[in-house]
Design a protein around this ligand. Structure first.
Ligand code: GLN
Ligand code: ZN
Length: 772
């Protein structure tokens, strides 16, 4: 490796930092404020302290420009809506009365006013609040938050770079406001929005910003020529403003593709590119445009969204290649560090050897500084860091944890037959009908029943040692009996045990699988004040013993009706965990699938005739670019089939997914070869049923007739009307009757009433069918 000193010294920077604080101070302060226990002043002080300590940490570590404006009380896209004055009409009074309360009203809604819709930020597990725009939207400038945070950092004597969501990405992430035609394209508002950005840039310049970063991650997705020319126009306009700060346009999460030449030609001063998985594509594209002469290139070589240490030598090689391609090359994490936990060093329950493989935000910061030093002062100045890094990488590569010969041998021996049910669907359906004897339009639920305070207390008591294992088991069994008794009385045909033993549908399994790690403090923001601790797929995966069989067979022993076994599928296990970066995702999925396959087979042995494998994350893990979809869907569907194909023909495999739009993966859903699929459909009035029918979906389906996302109880007539709609698309012999999703967030009263109405609806429509 030949990293020569660069012309301009390379520096380390980041685009954003975890917001919550080591002890989740921000979450506590905000939630305290909502409950009236914390004053607004205290909340603002807490936030200010956290910003200061994060900047100070970054600066002390050797980060050159600290990011400002990345902090948020809830979400940075919502902050951008405030910055450009895109406050929905229904929230205007609240915002005028009190800016902070109005802000939280937009985020969370109030008794009377609905919040903004929330959706996933690209393919991460962070959720943003979707801006609502329309032809009448009037943008106004409010740069107060950006200016204040920049001023705070400058006052501390730091060099700072404000970070904003770029105007093109902002519009591409927006949707038509309620009442606006669905085909309204927010991007048509670009010319109205740019003057607002111009004003914000001028304000930041006046406040002392030398550089401002504009994040345009939407440009790593497939974009139309019209969208690309809008991006060109935006940056031509912003780039030619008088007396503006220098502009750094940042991309992340994937390659820029066709957007790269557009941005390279724009009169901006720097580009930030992702050089992790997208390294080769971005390098080729950069070379093809002749590099970025006269510009600053910020190279995201350290993965900002996984939790593994960087391969420093590999990064130095990439950086070395980039040196000749731009005026100045800086080193960064590929995206905001918002997506990783704060500090791996505080993990006490993880083997210290493994902790050395982990890099959370603090460790990544140190890596960036090391890389910048190596790049600008020569690799001999970081010899000690390189040696330690080499040793840690070797320890990970050679560990028994990452290489379990039994798991590897089994995965290597998989044949095509392992991923295929014995008989085709038509034959299986006959066997299943004979075995299960279900009525037409069978009723079922998605798995979980209300997670009551008593259940959560029992789990907490078990953890704290206030309740012993036997006592806990008794409580869970009592809950299972109650849930079964209710379902029998209500007349449901295929029962569930209710999942009372599960804290979370991924964590519950991760805790029982070898090769998975749990963190104590590895919190990452999911949305607002909701933080999650994703488990870590650290090594080869195996299942030491059955994970759900005892609960499920207990439930089956209590009733004559079939009880559905209930598992989380391999794709969802990966999607909601931190994944390995030392082998292809498909290999990890296959290992998880084999462990789950054993569970499926054991459930069948234990007397389950119906087994559901949930894959709610199948679509959300879809790569950002369409050309990458087939490879992903191939391993994802293979993993599902591997999980479910070990059973006899008469055993009925169900799957469940919860999202309304899945037209683009209907072939993949077909490829799962599940006997029955349940889907969210109530809100979209059975849209999925029509999509399945249009595709010629040949198997059984249960488009949801009860929207579980609200406490509202659907009437029997309403559910029956949805069922009749479903029958227009799916024949009665293949139509199931079920809610949209699990009931764990619901209360018992509305659950009872809704499910009773659902059964009534099924009976009504059955009678109608018998009569016709
Ligand atoms: N079986 C799970 C439940 O009912 C499915 C949850 C989900 O789809 N997210 O809770
Ligand atoms: Zn669901």
């Amino acid at each position: 490796m030949t990293a020569k000193p660069a012309a301009a010294a390379a520096r380390a920077t980041v685009y954003g930092y975890p917001r919550q604080g080591q002890h989740r101070e921000l979450k506590k302060a905000i939630e305290g404020y909502w409950k009236g226990r914390v004053t607004a002043d205290t909340l603002l002080e807490t936030a200010k302290d956290l910003r200061r300590s994060h900047w100070q940490h970054l600066a002390d570590a050797g980060i050159h420009e600290v990011p400002t404006g990345d902090f948020s009380y809830y979400d940075h896209v919502l902050d951008t809506s405030v910055m450009v004055g895109a406050v929905p009409d229904r929230h205007r009074d609240a915002v005028a009365a009190d800016a902070l309360d109005g802000y939280f009203a937009m985020a969370r809604g109030t008794q009377d006013v609905a919040p903004l819709e929330m959706t996933k930020w690209f393919d991460t597990n962070y959720h943003y609040l979707v801006p609502e725009l329309g032809p009448d939207t009037v943008f106004t400038t409010d740069s107060a938050k950006q200016v204040a945070e920049l001023t705070e950092a400058l006052t501390l004597g730091l060099t700072a770079r404000p970070v904003l969501v770029g105007p093109v990405t902002y519009l591409l992430l927006s949707k038509p406001a309620p009442g606006v035609a669905a085909d309204f394209e927010p991007l048509t508002l670009l010319d109205r929005l740019l003057p607002v950005y111009a004003e914000v840039l001028a304000d930041l310049r006046a406040a002392g910003a030398e550089w401002v970063q504009l994040d345009e991650p939407a440009l790593v997705q497939d974009r139309t020529p019209a969208e690309l020319s809008a991006a060109a126009r935006a940056y031509r306009e912003l780039g030619t403003l008088d007396d503006r700060p220098k502009l750094l346009v940042a991309s992340y999460f994937d390659r820029l593709g066709d957007a790269l030449p557009v941005l390279a030609k724009a009169p901006v001063d720097g580009l930030a590119l992702d050089f992790t998985d997208a390294a080769a594509a971005n390098l080729d594209a950069l070379a093809a445009v002749g590099g970025l002469p006269g510009k600053r290139l910020v190279a995201g070589v350290v993965n900002g969204r996984n939790i593994w240490i960087n391969d420093l030598e590999k990064s130095l090689t990439t950086l070395g290649t980039l040196l000749g391609l731009a005026d100045r090359v800086d080193v960064a994490a590929s995206c905001s560090l918002l997506h990783v936990p704060l500090d791996a060093a505080v993990e006490r329950d993880i083997d210290p050897q493994i902790v050395r493989w982990l890099a959370f935000a603090k460790q990544k910061t140190a890596e960036l500084v090391t890389l910048a030093r190596g790049l600008s002062q020569g690799t001999e100045t970081i010899a000690a860091e390189l040696a330690a890094n080499r040793a840690d990488l070797a320890s990970r590569a050679n560990s028994a944890i990452t290489h379990d010969p039994a798991v590897r041998a089994r995965a290597a021996a998989i044949t095509d037959t392992d991923g295929r049910r014995r008989a085709p669907y038509a034959e299986r359906a006959t066997a299943q009908r004979a075995h299960l004897g279900l009525p037409l339009l069978p009723t079922t639920t998605i798995g979980s029943f209300p997670q009551t305070a008593e259940l959560r207390t029992a789990r907490a008591d078990l953890r704290a040692g206030r309740l012993d294992a036997a006592g806990y088991e008794e409580r869970i069994k009592a809950e299972i009996r109650d849930v079964l008794a209710f379902q029998e009385k209500a007349g449901i045909d295929v029962l569930v045990h209710g999942e009372p033993e599960r804290n979370d549908m991924v964590q519950y399994f991760a805790e029982q699988l070898t090769g998975y790690l749990a963190t104590q403090h590895g919190w990452v923001q999911s949305y607002g004040t909701r933080y999650v601790r994703p488990p870590v797929l650290a090594g080869d995966i195996s299942r030491p013993e059955p994970m759900t069989v005892p609960w499920t067979s207990y439930a089956q022993s209590q009733t004559d009706r079939p009880v559905k076994g209930m598992l989380t599928g391999p794709v969802t296990m990966l999607a909601w965990s931190f994944v390995r970066d030392d082998q292809p995702l498909g290999d990890t999925a296959r290992q998880v699938a084999l462990a789950l396959r054993d569970e499926v087979n054991d459930l069948e042995q234990g007397g389950s005739s119906v087994i559901q494998v949930d894959e709610p994350a199948l679509r959300e893990t879809l790569p950002l670019r369409a050309t990458d979809h087939p490879a992903y869907l191939a391993w994802a569907t293979e993993a599902f089939r591997l999980t479910t194909s070990g059973v006899q023909d008469r055993t009925q495999i169900h799957t469940h997914m919860c999202y309304a739009e899945f037209g683009d993966i209907v072939q993949a859903i077909d490829d799962l070869d599940a006997d029955v699929i349940s889907l969210e459909a109530a809100r979209s009035h059975m849209q999925v049923a029509r999509e399945l029918a249009a595709h010629g979906y040949p198997r059984e389906a249960g488009p949801g007739v009860y929207d579980i996302h609200s406490p509202r109880v659907p009437s029997a007539e309403e559910a029956a009307a949805l069922l009749r709609k479903g029958l227009e698309a799916i024949p009665a012999e293949r139509l199931w009757v079920n809610p949209d999703c699990g009931l764990k967030t619901r209360g018992w009263p509305e659950t009872r009433a809704s499910l009773e109405n659902l059964v009534t609806a099924a009976r009504t429509v059955r009678t109608e069918l018998a009569g016709s």
